[in-house]
Design a protein around this ligand. Structure first.
Ligand code: NAP
Length: 405
């Protein structure tokens, strides 16, 4: 049985892997332009399809029949070819978002929920929210409710981002400022790359519920797989698949004092998990064309921090890396967003007395203990976990791998 994803430009997609966990069928990527679309649908070799941007509406005329859900939403994201060749159009995004909302723990009944965007995904989200009793309002750049009159909705309890704003590679931007919404309980973002968009990082910082769209992606895929296979799949598989994909997307980020063992432990974690190791300081030296003591001597610390921020913004937006950072990266708060957008941050702690002092620029004129006192609260602020690296680096690496299991 051959199934696959139909879209215009697919780039890197997690769908083949997700479907690999869901059922025993082949799963291919079908990149087609508009002119090829109807010929592919009517004569192509497939048993089932997922449909993505920009074809969720344009496949409808080629479908023999639509389910009630697909008809109601005017969008098809799954097509099943029956034995007689008939193409049945389904919408499994509805179930996907329903699952995501439930998983978030947010209760929207009787509350105002803002849905950002007016595309296909926004229409699905609006329908689910209304079904759950929310007073759902669509915010569109060109609609009656827009980004200029958000003050009309300052009582919103939930915000759902159904726009591509903040999605890789255009990370670090947010469709709106959360300060306008004092009654906010949670933010859901349909984007899952990066794992934490600027909007979700802002929500996390305010202690709100914050969830990305990976749950929706996996849940809609599970319902699609049920249609492809013609049998039910237990809901518990959604969490298992989510865990595998999430683990693969997340970076492991090591912070800590100069010489605390970040590179050694990072290399070990990369070896143990089969991932790529990246040393931020080595990339900075490559960019500058000189070693770090020379950057400090010739250009000063501020120039070094600018270079560091550039490097962290490049590697922090990638997925599945093990990243060793420079000891002072925590002195710039912006680096927290850059590293945490896709990363779990581990503070590698080592007794200051045991840290090496040779060839390290700041240790030349500031005592390490003084540096540690200044940085300790910053490391604490950045860290998701604290790892002791007092004994063998293998032990620290094993602790990290265990926490990431
Ligand atoms: P779409 O049809 O292209 O709609 C996106 C909407 O976002 C547009 O209608 C537009 O609304 C708004 N928008 C676009 N660019 C914007 C900008 N620069 N600033 C502010 N608003 C902008 O896309 P879609 O299919 O609905 O998907 C929307 C997002 O959800 C995408 O990021 C997609 O990857 C994601 N998605 C995720 C899942 C999942 O399973 N996790 C499923 C479906 C979609 P206005 O012009 O009205 O402002």
């Amino acid at each position: 049985m051959l199934c696959g994803l139909l879209g215009k430009t697919l780039g890197h997609s997690y769908s083949p892997q997700i479907h690999g966990y869901l059922g025993n069928y082949s799963y291919a990527l079908f990149e087609k332009n508009e002119e090829e679309l109807s010929d592919f649908l009517l004569n192509g070799d497939f048993s089932g399809l997922n449909v993505t941007i920009p074809y969720k509406k344009s496949v409808i005329p080629c479908c023999t029949a639509l389910t009630e859900q697909a008809l109601r939403l005017g969008a098809v994201n799954t097509i099943v070819k029956r034995e007689d060749g008939a193409l049945i159009g389904h919408n499994t995004d509805y179930y996907g978002f329903q699952f995501m909302l439930k998983r978030s723990g947010l209760n929207v009944n009787g509350k105002k929920a803002l849905v950002l965007g007016s595309g296909g995904a926004a229409a699905t989200v609006m329908a689910v929210l209304r079904e759950q009793g929310a007073n759902a309002v669509m915010i569109s750049r060109t609609g009656p409710n827009n980004y200029q009159n958000l003050s009309l909705h300052c009582n919103a309890a939930v915000i759902v981002n159904a726009t591509p704003v903040g999605m890789y590679p255009n990370v670090g931007i947010s469709p709106l400022e959360l300060d306008h919404f004092p009654a906010l309980e949670g933010v859901l973002d349909l984007i899952y790359n990066p794992a934490r968009t600027k909007l979700l990082l802002d929500a996390e910082e305010r202690g709100l519920i914050a969830m990305n769209g990976l749950w929706m992606l996996v849940a809609q895929a599970k319902e699609s797989a049920e249609w492809f296979l013609g049998n039910k799949i237990d809901d518990s598989l959604i969490a298992t698949v989510h865990h595998h994909i999430n683990k693969q997307m997340e970076n492991t980020v090591l912070i800590g004092m100069p010489g605390c063992g970040k590179s050694t432990v990072g290399r070990l974690v990369a070896e143990m998990t089969g991932r790529q190791f990246v040393d931020a300081d080595a990339l900075i030296e490559e960019k500058a064309g000189k070693v770090i003591p020379e950057i400090f001597r010739d250009d000063g610390e501020e120039a070094f921090r600018v270079l560091e921020m550039q490097v962290l913004s490049e590697i922090g937006a990638k997925s599945g890396l093990v990243i060793a950072t420079g000891g002072g990266c925590v002195t710039k708060q912006i680096n927290y967003h850059l590293l945490h957008q896709n990363g779990t941050i581990f503070w590698l702690k080592r007794d200051v007395e045991k840290l090496p002092r040779d060839g390290r620029p700041l240790s030349m004129n500031t005592s390490l203990m003084e540096m540690y006192r200044k940085r300790e609260p910053l490391y604490l602020n950045f860290a998701d976990y604290i790892i002791n690296n007092e004994s063998a680096p293998e032990d620290a690496a094993a602790q990290i791998c265990k926490l990431e299991e």
